[in-house]
Design a protein around this ligand. Structure first.
Ligand code: 289
Ligand code: CA
Length: 160
């Protein structure tokens, strides 16, 4: 952010010497605006907002719904973002599909734009492409990932 490593409003949550994100240092996460807008379906991490509407559907359904809303399926790119996804899964006690799959090439997981993933949090033993039909990625309430059939119906989680 413009205030160096001290963090500033809208600085994407970059962590400075304190280990706290700009949002945490500025107490934004305790502000009534954050609390109201994210209760109980969302989480803000840096400049990314994760939000569920409670809708459940298969991967194609959920992908389409997020795009129609102007976002995309949640695609956590680091531990902090994955922890936000985990928290929403835990709160709703329903797992979600990520905007990550290996539909194009078995074993090569990519984002929806086709680029290879830069972060993952697989459950030990996963991805295992069980029965040869698991090309999508679900997140458990532990935050761990499992490859799963894209035909399963899971909770929607978009990022904006
Ligand atoms: O249909 C198989 C899935 O429900 C999951 O079953 C077991 O938990 C593991 O084999 C998983 O890898 C698999 O995705
Ligand atoms: Ca699996």
């Amino acid at each position: 952010g413009s205030q160096g490593d001290k963090g500033s409003i809208g600085d994407k949550g970059t962590k400075g010497d304190s280990g706290l994100s700009g949002n945490q240092q500025n107490n934004l996460e305790l502000s009534p605006y954050f609390l109201a807008l994210t209760f109980p379906n969302g989480k803000i991490v840096g400049d990314k907002i994760f939000m569920t509407s409670g809708y459940e559907g298969n991967f194609d359904d959920l992908k389409k719904k997020c795009m129609q809303a102007g976002g995309q399926l949640a695609s956590p790119r680091n531990n902090e973002e994955n922890a936000a996804v985990q928290q929403i899964v835990f709160t709703h006690d329903k797992s979600v599909f990520l905007g990550i799959n290996d539909i194009q090439t078995e074993g090569k997981f990519t984002y929806l734009d086709g680029k290879p993933i830069v972060y993952s949090n697989w459950q030990p033993g996963e991805p295992n492409n069980d029965k040869g039909i698991e090309d999508c990625v679900q997140v458990f309430s532990t935050g761990k990932w499992n490859d799963k059939s894209c035909d399963e119906r899971l909770l929607i989680l978009c990022e904006f």
